[in-house]
Design a protein around this ligand. Sequence first.
Ligand SMILES: Cc1cc2nc3c(=O)[nH]c(=O)nc-3n(C[C@H](O)[C@H](O)[C@H](O)COP(=O)(O)O)c2cc1C
Length: 369
Amino acid sequence: MPFNTALTRKLGIRIPVVQGGMQWVGYAEMASAVSNAGGLGILTALTQPTPEDLRKEIQRCKTMTQYPFGVNLTLLPAMVPPDYGAYAQVVLDEGIRIVETAGNSPGPIIKKLKEANPPCVILHKCTTIRHAMSAVKLGVDFLSIDGFECAGHVGETDITNFILLSRARQTMPVPFIASGGFADGQGLAAALSLGAEGINMGTRFMCTVESPIHHNIKQAIVEAQETDTELVLRRWKNTSRLFKNKVTDEATRIERESTTGKFEEVAPFVSGKRGRQVFLNGDKDFGVWTAGQVIGLIHDIPTCEDLLSRIEREAIETLSKASSLIVDKQPEPDIRGKPIGDIKSDPRSDHDKKVPGEAQIYDIGKAKL
Ligand SMILES: Cc1cc2nc3c(=O)[nH]c(=O)nc-3n(C[C@H](O)[C@H](O)[C@H](O)COP(=O)(O)O)c2cc1C
C-alpha cells in the first residue's frame, strides 16, 4: 500500500524513507538497493575522489536501478576544500535532480542547483531551527531535521528529535523529514505523527546486505547497544557522534586532557583515511567510524528490500493501531466494580497511605527532598 506524503509525491517514491549520504558507504550498490526497494537511495559525492569519478558512479547507479536516486553534497571546512562547484556540475550534467546538501555555507551550491532547468529538489540537512530557517531562505524544498541522536555531525546544541521535530512543525514554512534515531516502522509512524513527511536513515542502512562495508562492522552494529557511541571534537565545535572504540576513547582522552588545545594533537586519531580502512578490513578498532545511537535498535542484517517492506508494514500497523485508540464510547474500566476516579481502586496506588502534610505529588515528599 503506497504512502501519500509531500515527500513521496515530490520524489516519486513509494515509501517515505531516504537513505542519507554516507561517506565511504554511499556507493551505487547502496543507493540503487534502497531505490529499488521503494525508498530514495543517495550517492555520496565526496566518496568519489574527483568529479569525473562521481560521473562514473552516477552512470553505474543508473544501470542498477530505474527508480529515482539522489546525490549528497557535504560542505565541510577543509584546508584544501574539494571543488564543490565541479561536483555539482556533474550532478546536473548527469540529469540528477534530487540533491541532499549538508554542512556549512551551502548558499552558492544551492543557488547553482536551483538555477538548473529543471531545478533540483533540495533536501537540506540541519541540526538546529536557526540553520533550518537560513536554508528555507535559500529556497530548499525539504529540511532534513537531524536530531542529537544522529550519526556524524550532531551540531553543538544537543537537542533531540522529540523537541526538534515539533519545533520544525511549529515554525517551518516548508516540509521536513526526520533524521537521526530511526530504524523501524514504529519510528516512521512517530515521525509522521510529529509532522514529518518521512524519515532519513543512515546507520540502519549501513547494516544491510547491500551496504558495501565489511561484514564484521555490520556484526559490531548488531551487537552494540544505544550507549556504544561517543561524541568527539566538541572542544573544536565540530562534534561528531562515532562508534565507541579504542580510538574514540583515546581521542576523547586527549581532547579532555590536552593543555594546548591544539587540533593537531587529536588529528591522527580522527583521520578519515583510517576510518575508511575500518569498512574495508573489518577491524572496528582500526580507526574512527560514524554510527548513531540507533545501533541499539538494530538486531539484524536484512536486504534493503526486506528492511523497507518491514518498515512499511510496521508503520501501517502502528498508524492503524493508533487510530483504533479513538472510540465512540468510553469503554468499561479494567478495574471492575469501582467507579473511575476512585484512587483507592488502583492496587498500585498508595495515595491513601500518605500522612497529612506530606507532598502528594509523585512521592516527592518521601524522596530525597
Ligand atoms: C557511516 C556514515 C557516514 C556518514 N557520512 C555523511 C556524509 O558524508 N554527509 C552527510 O551529510 N551525512 C553523513 N552521515 C549522516 C547520515 O546521512 C544521516 O544524517 C544520519 O546517519 C542519520 O542518523 P542515523 O544514523 O541515526 O539514521 C553519515 C552517517 C553514517 C552512519
